[in-house]
Design a binder for this molecule. Structure first.
Ligand SMILES: Nc1ncnc2c1ncn2[C@@H]1O[C@H](COP(=O)(O)OP(=O)(O)OP(=O)(O)O)[C@@H](O)[C@H]1O
Ligand SMILES: [Mg+2]
Length: 215
């Protein structure tokens, strides 16, 4: 279903882009800028379709969220320079979830890079896990610039970015949202200008019994 809708959507994008390209040749410079914007937007839309399709190819498995967090730490250390202190505060409780490991890594890297961009003059990124009954909670807390109400309300919107042209696509948190939702969880944000930002992800806990059954 998703694949055929994406296919139709891509075809429509091709029609839009094709006509904009044609007009770019046949029309005068008056509309050149607008046509270029249309082409840019269709490029973005194609990228979004690609990312959404990547979601449908997820291969979920039982995995320990704590292990995923430990696993991406070296990558985070490389992405964030040494003015940023990375702290892991991982629960001793079982953090088994049913999700795609690569996608969860993408989630953590997206949150990490966003935190880096919000802490240009250094700070701390804390990644914490917690078990609350049948939910595994992951929090990414930074001491960065924080967000205005306007930004906070739009962070998950496709193509919403406050970064300079060419620096951000505004799809990072859209894919975080999509990945978490497809794993049956949800993600919320808490932030204030000058007070840092906390992203909270909740995923259903998959009981220890399930793990034993799988073994
Ligand atoms: N930790 C954070 N602190 C402050 N602002 C943030 C944080 N994370 C996200 N934002 C805001 O949310 C916007 C959208 O984030 P998102 O990751 O979706 O896109 P991006 O980082 O701008 O671009 P991309 O991730 O596609 O390279 C950012 O431009 C920024 O304004
Ligand atoms: Mg981002």
């Amino acid at each position: 279903m998703a694949t055929s809708v994406a296919h139709d959507f891509n075809n429509l994008l091709l029609v839009i882009a094709g006509n904009a390209e044609l007009a770019l040749v046949t029309e005068g410079p008056a509309v050149r800028h607008e046509l270029a914007e249309i082409l840019r937007a269709t490029d973005h839309a194609r990228e979004l379709v690609r990312q959404l399709l990547a979601l449908t190819r997820a291969e979920p498995a039982l995995l320990e969220l704590n292990e995923v967090v430990r696993g991406v730490r070296p990558m985070l250390e490389r992405l964030l320079d040494d003015t940023i202190d990375i702290q892991l505060e991982l629960t001793n409780a079982d953090t088994t979830v049913f999700a795609d490991a690569v996608q969860l890594e993408r989630v953590l890297l997206n949150l990490g890079v966003n935190a880096r961009d919000a802490m240009r003059s250094g700070g701390r990124l804390t990644i914490a896990t917690e078990r609350r009954h049948d939910v595994v909670v992951l929090r990414a807390v930074d001491t960065g610039a924080g967000m205005t109400d306007h930004t906070r309300g739009r962070v998950f919107d496709p193509f919403f970015t406050t970064k300079a042209e060419g620096e951000g696509t505004g799809l990072g948190l859209t894919s975080v949202y999509g990945i978490v939702a497809s794993a049956g969880g949800d993600v919320t944000v808490d932030s204030e200008p000058g007070r840092g930002t906390t992203f909270t992800i909740s995923l259903p806990h998959r009981g220890d019994r399930l793990l034993e059954d799988a073994a």
